[in-house]
Design a protein around this ligand. Sequence first.
Ligand SMILES: [Zn+2]
Length: 413
Amino acid sequence: MSARDVIVNLRALAARTSDALGAQRVAWGPVWRDARRWLDGLLAEEGLHPEPDVAGNRWITVPGARPDTVIIGGHLDSVPNGGWLDGPLGVLAGVEALRRFRDRTPPVTLAVVDFADEEGARFSRSLLGSSGASGSLEPERVRSLIDRDGVRLEDALVENGVDVARMPEARWALDQRRPRAYLELHIEQGPVLEAMGRSTGVVIGAYGVERHVLRFVGQAAHSGSTPIAMRRDAFLAAAETALACREIARHYSTPAVGMVCTVGTVSVEPAIATAVPGVCEITLDQRALEADTLQRALADAHEAASRAAAANGVTVTWRHVWRIDPCRFDPRLVDLCAEAVHEATGHAPRLPSGPLHDAVEMARVMPAVMMFARSTNGLSHCKEEDTPEADLEVTIDAFLRLIDKTVAAVATE
Ligand SMILES: [Zn+2]
């Protein structure tokens, strides 16, 4: 087995699918399709061939002595101007695991899945292929999403041979595989492992998300003539809410597991330097690993926004945008992952994932776990995305160990 080969392949894929601004493998587009053709070539050298499912995902299977299947996942798609590791690391580490069974039959079946459109970069809907495979996708809610050029999701998928209405049927095909465990190797995309001085982490789960738009309405007025005490400034109410949400996140964060609140966008009306803002809209994105923490933080944010609105003489209304429950990975697989990471690196730090991953969808169907490789400067979704090669090598080694341990555990079930 060679972690080195995985890195060589990752570099080759990046060279083929990146420009000066970074990786351009946006799902359903020509560069992404070219990345898949490149993978076809790599697999053909090993006598392996991917099979599509109705959700646009591709499966590479090595039949074992038993039909029970250990699944290894990742995605070749990237955000525009993305990095070289987010996604392909999981796929290519999985392919390396399959290569080791060229001359012998594994005790259980192994499958690598290249999920379609994990990023949601074009239509703002993440985990599209994997939610088809898990059956959680509701086609009616996504078919009319449009990209920047006005193209509908439904039409972009047809160009790639995928009928959005049928995507959830991929769950039936997944169930036929007798899925027993799902493993995913990914970069951390954050600064935690690097700050700890560790190469590799055991992922215990993924944050749930509550996302809302808050609209504060006061009264626009002249910035020169309106005394401070007589203003109904919608922006200040929003700003006080944002500061309160930082305190809410601090309040619910423990040394082991943080929670986060982010005000990522702000818009004011009339947006004139000489006018007190009469309207202000902000987005609030809250994430936590425990469902009750997330709900309490949301309730606290409601209270803080009402307080800030009252203090500024404005009103506030909430509009729900999106939510997903927190996901806890399988305790048994988390322990196997910790064993593997400890053997390879001498440590086994456990951490949650802030970003979402296909593993969250697969955890609906079968026991799942993820492993993280550290990210340089915590950066991802940009061309600076990187992991030192020595850390990548030891992490891939740990992941291959995890695959072996999981295969052995499933084989004796
Ligand atoms: Zn990813």
